[in-house]
Write a protein that binds this ligand. Sequence first.
Ligand SMILES: NC(=O)c1ccc[n+]([C@@H]2O[C@H](COP(=O)([O-])OP(=O)(O)OC[C@H]3O[C@@H](n4cnc5c(N)ncnc54)[C@H](OP(=O)(O)O)[C@@H]3O)[C@@H](O)[C@H]2O)c1
Length: 215
Amino acid sequence: MNRPWITLSYAQSLDGCIAAAPGQRTSLSGPEAMKMTHQLRAQYDAILVGVGTVIADNPRLNVRLVEGRSPQPIVLDSRLRIPLQSVLIQSPTHSVWVFCSTNAQAATKVSLESAGAHVFVVNEGETKYVDLNEVLHICYDKGIRSLMVEGGARIIQAFLRAGLVDEVVITITPRFLTGLTALTYPLPHLPQFINPKYQTLGSDIVVTAKLLWES
Ligand SMILES: NC(=O)c1ccc[n+]([C@@H]2O[C@H](COP(=O)([O-])OP(=O)(O)OC[C@H]3O[C@@H](n4cnc5c(N)ncnc54)[C@H](OP(=O)(O)O)[C@@H]3O)[C@@H](O)[C@H]2O)c1
């Protein structure tokens, strides 16, 4: 299947958490690592999060801390729970792409489209969420060749579970959170980390590696 190159990028504490509690916005990376994240965003055609992250963080997903082009924002949102007032829906510069399932309310789709979003209806996968392969196929068809996946936890788990990650850029920050872990359930297959690189940025460590999945 043709699909974009996928880089999974998120920040975690030393104990593997991406937020202090489920659904809680938690600032993790220091300023240097944040700048690196924006540099990375500028290199990708699109950036993807789950609707849980939109509800918790109301993110902009654009490039602000460096010069560069902002990627196309994408939200996976089976039931169209994305708030109409979210920054992504209200953005005057970018029309967010929202992927919902065939079970989403048609009226909500109309409201979101009237507000400027582009809503794609796709099938539900085995997990009752939107089917990732179909999403990626549509993205590729629309010209997206590189995709940065930023979370949250369910999205990280879903992409890794499906073996749909080519590269990781993980920022590790020296804190314990005892909160929402990036990975809660076992993965059916564990990838090999190819030629990992470690970079210190401020008080954070950034681990970058390509992943090799057994076929
Ligand atoms: N530290 C970091 O780098 C970082 C980055 C991002 C987010 N976060 C944190 O992560 C937390 C949010 O994580 P979360 O797990 O609650 O939400 P999430 O992963 O952002 O979104 C999960 C939701 O996406 C929807 N979805 C649609 N298709 C899916 C698919 N194929 N697989 C999985 N989900 C799919 C589902 O909702 P529907 O069933 O309604 O579609 C699901 O509940 C927040 O606390 C946020 O602050 C941290």
